[in-house]
Design a protein around this ligand. Structure first.
Ligand code: GTR
Length: 352
């Protein structure tokens, strides 16, 4: 698929030829995605944390659970949200996986806590509603501290959630139990879009997994398949996830100045796994797969393997997990299940 602008051309037309050039191009693409899709990503603010409760015998004694309060100190005031950290028992720094999820409590759908800690990973659990509500209210929670310029590029809710995951990492990476060089982020559906945008901006996330993220996540907008969510629908039903400028492309995908392979590419040269589910037409698995192929040149220019799979749609329980861009289509429906987690953890372990 041909796109304008090209992935590996700078704004001034110069070719991107190596990893150093790629970092410059990546910054250009982040600005492009801010302006037209997710809105501005504000600079970090000072973060402090407080351990409210330390439960040394969580998961039957196999893990330690810390209830942590994260506080962001904005110029106009402070905002706090809870984080639950599970640390597998045993000495040594632990690789960390961060999940922002739909449930307030971590023992829930989409989060097999013990499966994660038993695999040797620390787990940081955030509830997205603790940061800002999933609605158009831009005064709710952390949202009220985000600057508003009314110029079409104000931060959408996905941008606010993504930014807040990074601020939580500001605190966690200082903990002696955490291996700050082995941090991953994972999210499902709208929070898969969020995980991608978070990791696109924040290179501290070395491992990234979007699960069934679909439209404005991993799926190309220009190659929408029957039954897939469109920009027209997503900007009508969930306009507040994005910046206002995105609305002008509803029904006009051919005019888009970007596409989702650019979002994926901003993660290069780090490791990315795109998970789809075979019966999740709404998230458009073939378009997610194609976007992996479209993003791959960003890894290759950095001397990495990128996506090593096929472009023809995979069947159920097929994919390519060898390169630094993995893609897998499991059987079943829209869900973040234990198999999705095990696949991501194996993908990370193979690269630790
Ligand atoms: C749907 C939305 C999708 C996806 C999903 C979810 O209604 O259209 O883009 O994000 O919600 O987050 O569960």
């Amino acid at each position: 698929m041909e796109f304008t602008p090209a992935l590996l051309r700078m704004n001034d037309g110069a070719a991107v030829t190596d990893g150093e050039d790629w970092e410059v191009r990546r910054t250009e693409l982040l600005r492009l995605l801010e302006e037209h899709a997710y809105g501005r990503t504000p600079a970090a603010v000072p973060v402090t944390y407080e351990i409210l409760r330390d439960s040394p015998r969580a998961c039957g004694g196999d893990a330690r659970k810390l209830d942590i309060k994260i506080t962001c100190h904005f110029a106009a005031g402070e905002f706090s949200y809870p984080l639950r950290l599970f640390l597998p028992c045993g000495a040594g720094k632990k690789p960390l996986l961060m999940l922002m999820n739909f449930d307030k409590e971590p023992y829930c759908e989409y989060c097999p806590v013990e499966e994660i800690t038993d695999n040797g990973f620390a787990l940081a659990y955030l509830y997205y509603g603790d940061v800002t509500a999933d609605n158009a209210d831009l005064t709710d929670g952390a949202a009220r501290f985000f600057p508003r310029a009314e110029d079409g590029a104000d931060t959408g809710k996905i941008g606010i959630w993504a930014w807040s995951i990074s601020r939580a990492l500001d605190a966690l990476e200082t903990l002696p139990e955490i291996d700050a060089d082995a941090v991953g982020v994972i999210g499902h559906s709208r929070l898969g879009k969020t995980a991608l945008w978070c990791a696109a901006n924040d290179a501290r996330f070395r491992f990234v997994c979007s699960n069934d993220s679909g439209c404005m996540g991993a799926a190309y907008n220009r190659s929408r398949n029957a039954g897939g969510e469109t920009l027209e629908v997503i900007t009508r039903v969930f306009p507040y996830w994005f910046c206002d400028d995105l609305k002008q492309y509803a029904g006009g995908e051919a005019r888009l100045p970007f596409d989702q392979h650019m979002l994926l590419a901003c993660i290069a040269p780090r490791a990315l796994l795109v998970n789809s589910a075979a019966q999740d037409d709404w998230a458009d698995p073939p378009s997610e797969q194609l976007a992996c192929a479209g993003a791959s040149p960003a890894w290759e220019i950095c001397g990495r393997a990128g996506y090593e799979g096929q472009t023809a749609p995979y069947g159920e329980n097929e994919g390519s997990l060898t390169g630094d861009v993995g893609y897998f289509k499991r059987s079943g429906v829209h869900f973040l299940n234990r198999k999705d987690w095990l696949r991501f953890m194996a993908f990370v372990k193979a690269r630790l």
